[in-house]
Design a protein around this ligand. Structure first.
Ligand SMILES: [Zn+2]
Length: 236
């Protein structure tokens, strides 16, 4: 294994890890914002009991986690189906028209800056070594690991959402009933700011800007839900 191969693999691994981290932060953000908004919306309705607020919070946690899992499973599965169909079509083309496929590969390397004669040689050697692998990476642009596992991705998303969502549920449980309306959003905004800063730091982006952005958006979501809860509650 050459030096460049080791370097390329190390880089890919890092990108892969930041991808998971970003997904975890997004899932937790989602859990905090949606569940605390729901709690605040119910708590803002006149006459809402402590039990109603808590049931709403727990239902939002469970419903949200299942919805995240289902959405992620469907999305990753259909992505995998598409990739599998693309690969089957590619394998078929390789069997039927190897010359055209070698030319196709050579053109790809040429457009990436390889001199035509060398591109032709590289394409021919790639075709002999692992034709389908070369077309998968260089023509279709698919990763070597064959993409994510749908079940793993679904569990991961549901877990990240629940880890965020449990925090406003606990806050509402531990707060005095007449304080839920203020304490839940305050704690939620604090958690969002910390999470936003951590996520930004991990990705090498400015932390303060990320925190301010998530505080403004999360605050707006909770304010709108509280207003709607208050209005709906007084009409009903
Ligand atoms: Zn091809």
């Amino acid at each position: 294994m050459s030096q460049t191969t080791i370097h390329a693999m190390g880089e890919q691994h890092m990108v892969h890890r930041t991808g998971w981290l970003r997904a975890a932060v997004l899932g937790a953000n989602d859990g905090i914002i949606s569940v605390s908004s729901l709690i605040v919306g119910v708590a803002a309705a006149p006459g809402a009991t402590a039990a109603a607020v808590l049931v709403a919070g727990i239902a939002a946690l469970v419903g949200g986690a299942l919805s995240m899992a289902a959405g992620e499973y469907v999305s990753v599965s259909s992505q995998a189906d598409t990739e599998r169909a693309d690969l089957a079509r590619e394998a078929d083309e390789l069997a039927r028209a190897p010359v055209a496929e070698t030319h196709e590969l050579a053109v790809i390397y040429e457009t990436r800056g390889v001199e035509p004669g060398l591109a032709r040689q590289v394409a021919e050697q790639m075709m002999m070594h692992d034709a389908l692998g070369a077309h998968r990476r260089d023509e279709l642009g698919l990763a070597d690991d064959g993409g994510s596992n749908p079940v793993q991705a679904a569990l991961f998303s549901a877990g990240a959402f629940s880890a965020g969502a449990i925090l406003p549920v606990l806050t509402a449980t531990l707060s005095p009933h007449d304080g839920v309306l203020y304490i839940t959003p305050l704690i939620a905004l604090f958690l969002l700011a910390v999470l936003g800063a951590l996520g930004a730091r991990a990705g090498g982006a400015p932390a303060l800007r990320a925190s301010i952005r998530v505080i403004l958006l999360g605050g707006a979501a909770m304010a709108v839900t509280a207003l709607i809860g208050m209005l709906t509650g007084s009409v009903i």
